[in-house]
Every structure is written in C-alpha cells, then in structure tokens.
Design a protein around this ligand. Structure first.
Ligand SMILES: [Zn+2]
Ligand SMILES: [Zn+2]
Length: 303
C-alpha cells in the first residue's frame, strides 16, 4: 500500500489554498486612495397647523466632492413635474421668507455634477439628491467633480418622497445639514483581510503540526505490518535437514555465505524461493532484518 496515497499531504493542499485565498483577498482590496465616507445629519423642521414638527436623523451622506460644512435653508423643489433638474432652464421657486434655500432633486436623467450646477447657478446653498424609486433608504457617496463650492448630500428615496409630498402640499420645510460621522470602508476591508489571512495561517500551521505528529505513528504501524509479513513469509520457506551423502555436505562445495562454515550432516538449512540455501540459524535473523537473499538480493515478499 502506498503511504502517500492514503495520506495526501495536508501542507501542500492547504498551502495552495492559502496562496489562492491570499491573492484573491489582495486583488479585492481597494486601492490606498479609498476615500472616507461622511454621513450627514439632517435636522428637518416643518409646521403642520399650529404644530412645529422637528426630526433629526443621520439620513444622508456627503458627496465625494462636497465641502464638509453645515448649511441650512428652506427646501425647494424644481418647478414643474420633472424633478431631476437636468434642464439648464429649470427654475426653483423659493419661498419669499427664506433667506437661504436648499434644492431637493431626484436622481437620474443626467450626471450629479450637471444637476448640482443647475441648482447652484440658481442660488441654492446646498443640494439634496434623493435616490431612485425602489431603493428604499439606500444611499452612497456621489461623485460630482466640478461642483466644489456647494454642499451636496444624498438621501434615500423614501425620505426624499416624504419631503416631496410635504412641499407639494404647500408645507414649508426647513433643513439644517450637519457633518456626521466618518466611515472608512477600505479600513474595515483591510482588517477583514488581515483577520482572514491570520486565521488561515494559524489553521495551516495547526494542520501541518497535526500531520507531522501523525507521521511517526503511521510509520511505526507500517513497520510492524511489514515485519509480520516477513515473519510469515520466512516461516513458509522450505526447510531441509542435510544427511550424510548429500552433495551439499561435501567440503569442496560452497559454504554458508553468512557464517562461512561448511555444511555438515544434521545441519538444518532454509531454502529460499530463488533456490539459494543457508543455515536456518543464519538466514532467519538475516531475512527478518533485511528480507532479501544474501546471494541474489531477491525479496522474499515479492516472490
Ligand atoms: Zn551459516
Ligand atoms: Zn538467492
């Protein structure tokens, strides 16, 4: 039985897996320029009847090219039913009492840069863009190169629709946008990579140690099995007692190559499968130790 077949080498197997995993994780790492994501706190205030309702939530994220500043103002929709503000002629009807205002614009139809610039040209202090319908509260940091001087945040579609309906009903909505917390997704990915790499390395070392410690046990068992087979094979080899008159006891014939003594009558000899023979007392210990014929090297387990 081939030992290497019964015991596939765990270190080789695990090391190839480890290498593949490491490469995969390295390739999946973001480049070192990965930006931090800044959340935006939106303090929303509006009046319904005599009640002033105010809510504060970390419901937005700043765009990648937005200044991280606090801005506030009345929330104003683009005029008409089209809310994407892609048309450069889009108007925003700001309430007369509002000193400053923020544009609330729907995502899509043109680039973020384009719609933010349309609102900025009309005098908005900030732009709030809400995500596509069906995206729930999902937000992400927008890319809007070329709009560096105006605050731009994204909010979820649900929150955007809520504000849209209020304003369309004629409710005056005021929002204060404040800088929230910073998130570094690339940093948490780095930590995840290190954690995975370390745990895989530890698992590899553990398996390797277990494999190494199992080797002597296996080898000792294998040696015992071979020894038992040799003993059995030796016992099955033919024995013969030499007598007066046998040509083997002629002093001019060959001697036993193990003890160099001549064969004498009454000597017990063991005859191997290769037909070579030796004193039983000489060849038995020899075979148990070496299992081959001292003359022709034939293996008693193979013949
Ligand atoms: Zn001998
Ligand atoms: Zn032989």
């Amino acid at each position: 039985m081939n030992p290497s077949r019964r015991h596939p080498s765990p270190p080789t197997f695990v090391s190839s897996r480890l290498l593949k995993l490491s490469l995969l994780l390295l390739l999946s790492l973001p480049d070192s320029k990965g930006k931090a994501i800044w959340t935006a706190h939106l303090n929303i205030t509006f009046q319904v009847g005599n009640r002033i309702i105010s809510e504060l939530g970390e419901s937005g994220v700043f765009g990648n090219h937005s200044p991280l500043e606090r801005v506030s103002g009345a929330v104003v929709l683009p005029d008409g039913w089209n809310q994407n503000a892609c048309n450069p002629l889009t108007n925003f009807s700001r309430p007369e009492q509002a000193e400053s205002w923020l544009a609330l614009i729907e995502r899509g139809g043109c680039t973020f840069t384009h719609k933010i610039n349309v609102a900025a040209e009309k005098g908005a202090q900030g732009v709030i863009i809400y995500n596509y319908p069906g995206t729930g509260n999902k937000v992400f940091p927008m890319s809007h190169q070329g709009t560096e001087n105006i605050v731009a945040v994204m909010i979820g579609n649900l929150k955007g629709m809520e504000l849209l309906h209020l304003i369309r009903k004629g409710v005056y909505v005021n929002i204060i946008i404040e800088v929230g917390r910073v998130h570094m997704p690339w940093l948490s990915q780095c930590i995840m990579f290190l954690f995975t790499f370390l745990s895989t390395t530890i698992a590899y070392i553990f398996l390797y140690c277990a494999w190494r410690s199992g080797m002597p046990i296996y080898s000792a068992r294998r040696r015992r099995q071979v020894k038992a087979s040799v003993k059995k094979a030796v016992g099955q080899l033919q024995l013969r007692v030499l007598t007066e008159g046998d040509k083997e006891v002629d002093p001019h014939e060959d001697t036993c190559v193990i003890c160099f003594d001549v064969y004498k009558p009454q000597d017990v000899v063991r005859i191997l499968t290769c037909k070579h023979f030796f004193h039983k007392t000489c060849i038995d210990p020899w075979l148990l130790a070496r299992r081959t014929c001292p003359m022709c090297k034939c293996d008693i387990l193979k013949t």
